[in-house]
Design a protein around this ligand. Structure first.
Ligand code: S3P
Length: 436
C-alpha cells in the first residue's frame, strides 16, 4: 500500500489517543493467565494485539473482541497445546512474551511470524528461558521457535546483557506462569508495564533501583485477581501527532488520554529541550498507569545530543524524532541506539534512506545518526520506502508538513499493526493523506 501526503501548513483539532500496543498485549496475556472473567476497555484493535489475542486463543484462552473492548472468559482448563503453529505476524512483543508464557506453562508449541519477524533476534529470550529450565529452540537465533515442556527452576536470577522490556517481561511471565521466584537485573531502565500490571493484578513484584539500572523480583504466593482493566493511550502513537504539531507552521492540537509512564515518555523532555511548545494537563492514574492530555503548538526547534540510558526510554520514537531533527536548526546527534537495527526494520538504515530522499544532510553510524536540520524545497513528489515498518511509514508521511509539494511512502500496510486510524486522524487534523 502506497500513501501520499500533501503538504499543508495548518493543523488543528483534538484527537483521542489510540490504545497502547504494549499494554494491550500484556493485558490479554496476564488476563488469560489469571483465568477469570475480565473485561478490558481501550484495547488497541490493531494487528499486533490481534495476533497476540489469536495466539492466546490457540493455547486454550477464551478471549473475544468487540471494537476496543475485550472480554476474557474463565475456562475449566487453564492452557493446552496448540494444534497448529502460532503465528505472531509482525509482533516482536507478541512473540517474545508468548515464548515466556508458553515456556512457563510447560506447553509444546511452534511459533512463527511474518517476513520481518522471522529475521528478528530471539536468542535474547531463548537463552535465559533455557537457563531457567525451559526447552526452547530457535533457529540460529531466529524464529521459528520450538518449545517443549521443561521444568522451570526456582530462584532464577538473570542479569540482562541488553536493555529490553520484552526480555524482562518474557522471563517474568515464565516465572509467574510456573509459579517460581525470579529476579532480573536490567542495565538501564526499560518500560515497566509488565511490573505495574502484575502488581495491579495483585502479585508480589518488587522493583529496586541498582546502579544505573533496576532489579525486579517476582515472589510467588498471591493469586492473580479478577479485575477489569482500562488501557491508556499509546505514547508512541501520540509522538507522531506531537511532532506533527511542532513542525507544522500553523498548528494547535490536543491529544487526549495519552499514557505518560515515565519509562516511556522521555521524548517530551527532549522536545521541550529542543524548543517545543508542549503542555501536559489533567494528569491521572488509570489501571496503575499515568495518563494525561497533551497540548502542542507550532515551534521553532533546535538540535540536541541524545545518548545513554534515555535511549531505551525513547527507542520507538527515534524514527519520528529524526523528522523533528530534520526540521530543527542545527545538528541533532543520536548515539547508543544500536537496538534500532533489530526492530521491525533496520531503522537506522530506513531513517537514513528516507532522509537521503528528502535531501537532508546526515551521517549514519553503527549505533546512531547525526542529522543537520533543513529540508530543501523541491517541486517534486518525494518517494520514500518504509521498508514495511509502521513507524518509518508514519514518520515520513509526517515529514510532508515540511516539504514544498508532497511525500509518497511505499509499503504502508503495517501502519495497521499499531495505529489503524492514523490516516483518518491525520486527515481530521488537516494533513491530507490518501492511498495512491
Ligand atoms: C516493547 C519493548 C521495546 C519496544 C517495542 C515494544 C514492549 O522493545 O521497542 O516496540 O512492549 O515490551 P525492546 O524491549 O526489545 O527494547
Amino acid at each position: 500500500m502506497r500513501l501520499f501526503a500533501k503538504n499543508t501548513s495548518i493543523l488543528s483539532g483534538e484527537v483521542d489517543c489510540p490504545g497502547d500496543k504494549s499494554i494491550s498485549q500484556r493485558a490479554i496475556i496476564i488476563g488469560a493467565l489469571a483465568n477469570q472473567n475480565i473485561s478490558i476497555t481501550g484495547f488497541l484493535n490493531g494487528e499486533d494485539p490481534l495476533s497476540t489475542l489469536s495466539a492466546l486463543n490457540q493455547i486454550g484462552a477464551d478471549i473475544s473482541i468487540n471494537n476496543n473492548e475485550v472480554t476474557i472468559n474463565e475456562r475449566e482448563l487453564t492452557f493446552s497445546n496448540p494444534s497448529n503453529s502460532i503465528d505472531l505476524g509482525n509482533s516482536g512483543t507478541g512473540m517474545r512474551l508468548i515464548m515466556g508464557l508458553i515456556a512457563g506453562t510447560g506447553l509444546k508449541a511452534t511459533i512463527i511470524g511474518d517476513e520481518s519477524l522471522m529475521k528478528r533476534p530471539m536468542s535474547r529470550v531463548s537463552i535465559p528461558l533455557n537457563e531457567m529450565g525451559a526447552k526452547v529452540a530457535d533457529s540460529k537465533g531466529l524464529p521459528p521457535i520450538e518449545i517443549k515442556p521443561g521444568v522451570i527452576r526456582d530462584n532464577f536470577a538473570y542479569d540482562m546483557p541488553i536493555a529490553s522490556a520484552q526480555v524482562k517481561s518474557s522471563i517474568l511471565l515464565a516465572g509467574v506462569a510456573s509459579n517460581k521466584k525470579v529476579s532480573i537485573f536490567e542495565p538501564s531502565i526499560t518500560r515497566d508495564h509488565t511490573e505495574i500490571m502484575l502488581k495491579h493484578f495483585g502479585l508480589n513484584i518488587k522493583s529496586e533501583e541498582e546502579n544505573d539500572g533496576k532489579r525486579i523480583t517476582f515472589t510467588p504466593g498471591n493469586k492473580l485477581l479478577a479485575k477489569d482493566y482500562d488501557v491508556v493511550g499509546d505514547f508512541s502513537s501520540a509522538a507522531f501527532l506531537i511532532i506533527a504539531g511542532l513542525i507544522a507552521s500553523d498548528s494547535k492540537i490536543s491529544i487526549k488520554n495519552v499514557g505518560l509512564n515515565p519509562t516511556r515518555s522521555g521524548l517530551i523532555d527532549i522536545l521541550i529541550k529542543m524548543g517545543g511548545n508542549i503542555e501536559i494537563k489533567n494528569k491521572n492514574i488509570l489501571s496503575g498507569e499515568l495518563v494525561g492530555d497533551i497540548f502542542v503548538e507550532s515551534s521553532v526547534l533546535k538540535g540536541v545530543n541524545i545518548s545513554g540510558g534515555v535511549i531505551a526510554n525513547i527507542i520507538d520514537e527515534i524514527p519520528i524524532l529524526s523528522i523533528a531533527a530534520a526540521c530543527a536548526e542545527g545538528t541533532t546527534r543520536i548515539s547508543d541506539a544500536h537496538e534500532l537495527r533489530v526492530k521491525e526494520s533496520d531503522r537506522l538504515e530506513a531513517i537514513s534512506s528516507g532522509l537521503t530522499k528528502l535531501k537532508v544532510k546526515h551521517e549514519l553510524f553503527e549505533d546512531g545518526i547525526s542529522i543537520d536540520g533543513g529540508i530543501p524545497k523541491s517541486n517534486n513528489v518525494i518517494e520514500i520506502d518504509s521498508y514495511g515498518d509502521h513507524r518509518i511509514a508514519m514518520s515520513f508521511l509526517i515529514s510532508s508538513l515540511k516539504v514544498k509539494h508532497s511525500v509518497s511512502v511505499d509499503n504502508c500496510k503495517n501502519i495497521y499493526t499499531s495505529y489503524p486510524n492514523f490516516v483518518e486522524t491525520m486527515n481530521g487534523l488537516g494533513l491530507p493523506i490518501s492511498e495512491q
